[in-house]
Design a protein around this ligand. Structure first.
Ligand code: NAX
Length: 331
């Protein structure tokens, strides 16, 4: 059995963490032979709730769980971690403008970046889930200059999973028979769920999804807006935001990054190198493959006029968010 790795989950007393912690501690993320030592970070007023989560983890009697450290101190939480799930963030309160939420949350990610810079492993892999996820990941990276910027990513895997599931339902196929759906850009309502390169296994033969569905209007309109607004639809029905599916997506993201994707494409928010005419130095979601712990953007895809407009719109939003966030972080 390998030596345990330290893994931090922030927002550990919250609802996404409640599903995520079991997946990590039971071996679904880092594999069935990798023990984990869980560091659980939340804010001081949540320490009582967190104590209950610690009790439940103990009561799961999981062989791979080597230990648990609940804390409200970021430097304790990030000490020597190999993987970080940054889930904790301030929720949007009634009457709060998007701008106010961004300001509150980027300050949290500035502080956590600084703590990681001091005490985390230099090869730590960071997944930001807390919103605005892309810009929080960028700010975290800026304040952790001793850690490579490639190690900071944002979650758009939930959007990818939603998109894949929508297409599979439309085609009447099992979800695993639909591949190469892409989420481009920001994890926000400007994201571009793109089925133009997707393929589906129909009668044992792989076919392009656009030809199989043969309805451009659906693919450019209903499909796109359904995925963009799925989070709001879950809130309307459940009166709480997506948690089970968000935790599953966070597990998928980290597992693929650590253990590799083979030739599967997955969508991850990564620091843009300007690929596909996107703004450089924003955290933009691209199709990637992962191997040996390193992600690589899938190259050479054709972007049509519709796609160009969608990529430009989400890129513009990310550039604006970045400017706002850097302004907030100055003080
Ligand atoms: P909850 O409100 O249930 O939990 C958040 C937890 O974070 C709370 O326990 C809170 O005390 C803690 N927290 C706040 N500030 C903190 C800090 N400075 N350090 C450590 N912990 C802190 O929210 P939950 O439903 O778990 O959602 C968490 C975040 O995920 C939200 O920002 C949400 O918007 C975001 N989401 C992102 C998704 C994505 O695809 N990227 C999808 C799901 C989700 O909406």
């Amino acid at each position: 059995m390998a030596a345990p790795i330290k893994v931090v989950v922030t927002g550990a007393a919250g609802q996404i963490a409640y599903s995520l912690l079991y997946q990590i501690a039971s071996g679904s993320v880092f594999g069935p032979d990798q023990p984990v030592y869980l560091h659980l970070l939340d804010i001081a007023p949540m320490m009582g709730v967190l104590e209950g989560v610690v009790m439940e983890l103990a009561d799961c009697a999981l062989p791979l769980l080597a230990g648990v450290l609940p804390t409200a101190n970021p430097e304790e939480a990030f000490k020597d971690v190999a993987a970080a799930f940054l889930v904790g963030a301030m929720p949007r309160k009634e009457g709060m403008e998007r701008k106010d939420l961004l300001a509150a949350n980027v300050r949290i990610f500035k502080e956590q970046g600084q703590a990681m810079d001091k005490v985390a492993r230099k090869d730590v892999k960071v997944l930001v889930v807390g919103n605005p996820a892309n810009t929080n990941a960028l700010i975290c990276s800026k304040y952790a200059p001793s850690i490579p910027k490639e190690n900071f990513t944002a979650m758009t895997r939930l959007d990818q999973n939603r998109a894949q599931s929508q297409l599979a339902a439309k085609l009447g196929l099992p979800v695993q028979d639909v591949k190469r759906v892409i989420i481009w850009g920001n994890h926000s309502s400007t994201q571009f769920p793109d089925a133009s390169n997707a393929v589906a296994k129909i009668g044992g033969v792989e076919k392009p999804v656009p030809a199989a569905i043969n309805d451009n209007e659906y693919l450019r309109s209903t499909f796109v807006t359904t995925v963009q607004k799925r989070g709001a639809a879950v809130i309307a029905a459940r009166k709480m935001s997506s948690a089970l599916s968000a935790a599953k997506a966070a597990s998928d993201h980290m597992k693929d990054w650590f253990l590799g994707t083979g030739d599967r494409w997955v969508s991850m928010g990564v620091v843009s190198d300007g690929s596909y005419g996107t703004p450089r130095d924003v955290v933009f979601s691209f199709p990637v493959t992962c191997s040996n712990g390193v992600w690589k953007i899938v190259e050479g895809l054709t972007i049509d006029d519709f796609g160009r407009q969608m990529l430009d719109a989400t890129g513009k939003e990310l550039a604006e968010e970045k400017a706002e966030a850097l302004e907030v972080c100055k003080d």
